[in-house]
Design a protein around this ligand. Structure first.
Ligand code: EPU
Length: 294
């Protein structure tokens, strides 16, 4: 904390994850830092290296379940690293903590096409890049041009072969931080783009539950849909405390208010076991679960 103070990076002590995740569960981070620029992000990682503090990097918290006991670690929260620049040639450069949905809406309003499908993806631009988030057949890597990543010591990381992306994942290692992402967009018609994102948003409202959740909790298995499999086994409505498998979409777990992380994790384990036993499918988690390190 002294090193962060000296570096001029804002931080909070014992900051609850429930305030920083869309699922709304999780105990405190021992120290949560809030760098406001790429330079501060780099400095924070350097401080981490100097102090050898165990750490994690937190994006929008929209795909994350953190354990009730919290983490005795330095958590680097990118929420204030949120500048977005839309250039005249359609190059959009967003800092890692920028909100993806707001960035998409802004690009569409400015008449730039290519990001509209991402309007269904809550979370930060950096988080979306690391997990190659997607919706409606689109993945963020489809439009990615450049990505600035700092490693856990604050050095720029540039693999010679470039970053690799696959379904809901990338080669960007855990513990690295995305400072910014640039995407290349094409000229389009702003009113039409606006109509397109309104339709996608309406489709999402119709098919996915509102309220506190972490999006789809399992990846789709090859050739199938986790939501449909879970639904067909009659697992909608399965409840532990205030956590419940959504009646609207079976691949969502909703926190109805005051759920504990242990409730959510119990549901995830139960669904995975039932699907393995009764449908013969091994579901893989899409949400990240952060627990204290052994
Ligand atoms: N279905 C059911 N029951 C359910 C839910 C779905 O039978 O309870 C059926 C639907 O009727 C449909 C099929 O399963 O035939 C697929 O459902 P949906 O169209 O909702 O798509 P999905 O495969 O469940 C994926 C992404 C979502 C993304 C949507 C829309 C994954 C794991 N999920 O869901 O992403 O929003 O497509 O493109 O890839 C996320 O990543 O967090 C996420 C929610």
């Amino acid at each position: 904390m002294a090193a962060l103070t000296e570096a001029g990076v804002p931080f909070r002590e014992n900051e609850p994850f429930s305030k920083h995740t869309s699922m709304g569960v999780g105990g405190p981070a021992a120290v949560m830092a809030f760098p406001r620029s790429a330079a501060e992000l780099k400095r924070t990682l350097e401080v981490r290296a100097e102090t050898k503090a165990p750490h994690r990097v937190l994006g929008g918290g929209s795909n994350l379940v953190v354990a009730d006991e919290g983490l005795d670690e330095l958590v680097i929260n990118t929420q204030d690293l949120d500048h977005v620049d839309v250039a005249d040639d359609g190059t959009v450069t967003a800092e890692g903590g920028a909100n993806l949905v707001r960035t998409v809406v802004r690009c569409c309003r400015a008449g730039w096409s290519g990001l509209q499908s991402a309007v269904g993806i809550p979370g930060s631009v950096g988080g979306a890049a690391v997990m190659n988030a997607g919706a409606y057949g689109f993945s963020i890597s489809d439009v990615m041009r450049e990505i600035v990543v700092f490693d856990e010591n604050g050095a720029r990381q540039q693999p010679p072969e470039g970053w690799r992306f696959h379904y809901r994942g990338s080669s960007i290692p855990e513990g690295s931080a995305v400072a910014s992402v640039s995407v290349a967009l094409q000229p389009g018609d702003a009113p039409k783009l606006g109509e397109e994102i309104r339709e996608l948003q309406m489709h999402r409202v119709r098919s996915q539950p509102p309220g506190r959740n972490a999006g789809c909790v399992f990846k789709n298995p090859p050739g199938g849909h986790a939501g449909r499999i879970i639904d067909e086994l009659g697992l909608k409505g399965t409840r532990r405390g205030a956590a419940v498998v959504s009646e609207k979409h079976a691949n969502f777990v909703v926190n109805e208010g005051g759920a504990r992380a242990s409730d959510v994790i119990e549901i995830l384990d139960l669904v995975r076991e039932r699907v393995a036993r009764e449908a013969g499918v091994e579901l893989e988690l899409e949400v990240k679960v952060w627990r204290p390190r052994a």
